[in-house]
Ligand binder design. Structure first.
Ligand code: PLP
Length: 436
C-alpha cells in the first residue's frame, strides 16, 4: 500500500506549481507550542516558526479559545461594510505599544507585502513625493512594489521585471563582511546619502526610507545604533519619512516588543505582520495620525484586511507578550542559542560568524574563515540534514549561507536543548573540519 506521505507528495507535485517552496518535504498532522508532528507521526522541534510567525507558538490555547468564541459570533462582516470592535481594540493597542508617544493611527491588511505597499502609498500621498529608498539585501515581499524594494535577484526578482519605478537601494552595514570598523562603515554609508541626493535623485523627490531594523531574509544582519539614528537624522534633515519594516522583527522576537526600541529611534510609519497573530493572516500599518489620515475614504483598504479572527488572535498574542513573560523569554532563548553558537564557532571551521539580537539568532557558513567565501552548498546540506533529523530550520542571506533560528518563544528549555543537540550532531556528522 502506498503510504499517505508518498501519496500527498505525489498529489502536491501534480496539483501545485513548484514555485511555492517547501523547506521540509512532509505534511503536518498537528502542531503545538514549538513542536510539529507530521503525517507519519515524526516530531520536529520547530526552529523556523513559520518563518518568524509563531513567537506565541503553534495553537496557543488562549488564541484558540478566542478564535472559537469569535467563530460563534461572526466570521467576516468586512470592516468596509459593517465595523466590529476587535478592529478598533487592536488599532488602539498597536497605537499604544509601538514606539513613540505621539498620536498614532493603525489600519489592517493581510500580509507583510501588503503592509509595505500601503505604507509606501500613504508616504507618497502625504509627502507628495515619489521616490522610495530601501536597502541592499533588504526583503519586503513578493508583490510588484514590495519585490521592487527587495534586493535579492534569485529567487525573488529574476525574470519578474519590469519593476516599479522610483525605487532606489542604498547599502546597509554588514560589519562581518566589511573590512572597516563599524564606525567607519556607518559613516561611509551615511555620507553616501548626501552624494546620492546630489548625483542621483534630489532629496525633495524622496518620500520615504524603508528600513528593516534587523535584516531578516538578508541574513539577520544587525546594524549599529549609530547607523539607525543616522538614517533618522537624514530623514529629518530632508523631510523624508522613515518607515520601519518590523514584519519579521516585531512582537518580541529581538527581546523587545519592537526592534526599533533597541536603537531609540521612532519611525513615522511601521509595518507589522507575521508574529502579530500566531499564524492568522493579518498585517498592520501604524503611523503618525496626520500621515495616516492623508488617504481619503476608500483610497486604502481591502476586503479581508483586519479580519475579526486576525484581530482577536492578535489581541491575545499581545496579551501573552505583555503578561506571560514572552519578551523576557526571548532574551533567555537568545542567550542559550548564542552560547551554543559561540561554542560551535570555536569548534567548527566552517562557521565564520554568529550573531543575534534577542531570539533572532543566526550563524554564517563559509568555505574559508580568512576569505569569508560563503558556502551555500554546505549550508543547504546542514539545513536538509537537520530537517530530516527532526529540527525544522531555515536558511537566509544574500549568499544563501546563513542558518537562522526563529523558534517560538514558548519553546521549553528541554525542546530548545534537544533541537540544538540534534543540530550539533548533524554538524559533527556532516563536516570533518572540526578544530578539536
Ligand atoms: N517584510 C519583511 C521584513 C519580511 O521579512 C517579509 C517576509 O518575510 C515581508 C515583508 C513580506 O511578508 P509576506 O510574506 O507576509 O508578504
Amino acid at each position: 500500500m502506498v503510504k499517505r506521505l508518498e501519496q500527498l507528495l505525489k498529489r502536491k507535485d501534480l496539483s501545485v506549481p513548484r514555485g511555492p517552496f517547501n523547506t521540509i518535504h512532509s505534511f503536518v498532522e498537528r502542531a503545538e507550542g514549538a513542536v510539529m508532528v507530521d503525517v507519519e507521526g515524526k516530531e520536529y522541534i520547530d526552529f523556523a516558526g513559520a518563518i518568524g510567525t509563531l513567537n506565541a507558538g503553534h495553537c496557543p490555547p488562549k488564541v484558540v479559545e478566542a478564535l472559537k468564541d469569535q467563530l460563534d459570533k461572526y466570521i467576516h462582516p468586512c470592516f468596509h461594510v459593517m465595523m466590529y470592535e476587535p478592529y478598533i481594540e487592536l488599532a488602539e493597542k498597536l497605537n499604544e505599544i509601538t514606539p513613540g508617544n505621539h498620536h498614532k493611527k493603525t489600519f489592517f491588511l493581510n500580509s507583510g507585502a501588503e503592509a509595505v505597499e500601503n505604507a509606501v502609498k500613504i508616504a507618497r500621498k502625504y509627502t507628495g513625493k515619489k521616490g522610495i529608498i530601501s536597502f541592499e539585501r533588504g526583503f519586503h515581499g513578493r508583490t510588484l512594489l514590495a519585490m521592487s524594494l527587495t534586493s535579492k535577484v534569485k529567487p525573488y526578482k529574476y525574470g519578474f521585471g519590469p519593476f516599479a519605478p522610483d525605487t532606489y537601494k542604498m547599502p546597509y552595514p554588514y560589519y562581518y563582511r566589511d573590512g572597516r570598523t563599524s564606525d567607519e562603515m556607518d559613516e561611509a554609508i551615511l555620507n553616501q546619502f548626501e552624494n546620492f541626493f546630489l548625483g542621483e535623485v534630489p532629496s525633495d523627490e524622496i518620500a520615504a526610507i524603508l528600513l528593516e531594523p534587523v535584516q531578516g531574509e538578508g541574513g539577520f544582519v544587525i546594524p549599529s545604533k549609530k547607523f539607525v539614528q543616522g538614517i533618522r537624522r537624514i530623514c529629518d534633515q530632508h523631510n523624508i519619512l522613515l518607515i520601519a519594516d518590523e514584519v519579521q522583527t516585531g512582537f518580541g522576537r529581538t527581546g523587545k516588543m519592537f526592534a526599533m526600541e533597541h536603537f531609540d529611534v521612532v519611525p513615522d510609519l511601521m509595518t507589522m505582520s507575521k508574529s502579530i497573530a500566531a499564524g492568522l493572516p493579518i498585517s498592520a500599518v501604524t503611523g503618525r495620525a496626520e500621515i495616516m489620515d492623508t488617504p481619503a475614504p476608500g483610497e486604502i483598504g481591502g476586503t479581508y484586511g483586519g479580519s475579526p479572527l486576525g484581530c482577536v488572535a492578535a489581541l491575545k498574542v499581545i496579551e501573552m507578550l505583555e503578561e506571560d513573560g514572552l519578551i523576557e523569554r526571548a532574551n533567555m532563548i537568545g542567550e542559550k542559542v548564542m552560547g551554543t553558537f559561540r561554542k560551535w564557532e570555536e569548534r567548527f571551521e566552517f562557521i565564520g560568524n554568529v550573531r543575534g539580537l534577542g531570539a533572532m539568532c543566526a550563524l554564517e557558513v563559509v568555505k574559508d574563515r580568512k576569505t569569508k567565501e560563503p558556502d551555500s552548498d554546505l549550508t543547504k546540506k546542514i539545513i536538509s540534514t537537520c530537517n530530516e533529523n527532526g529540527v525544522a530550520v531555515m536558511g537566509a542571506g544574500l549568499y544563501s549561507n546563513v542558518i537562522r533560528i526563529l523558534s517560538p518563544l514558548v519553546i521549553t528549555d528541554e525542546q530548545l536543548e534537544k533541537g540544538l543537540n540534534i543540530m550539533e550532531e548533524q554538524l559533527l556528522k556532516i563536516n570533518p573540519r572540526v578544530s578539536f
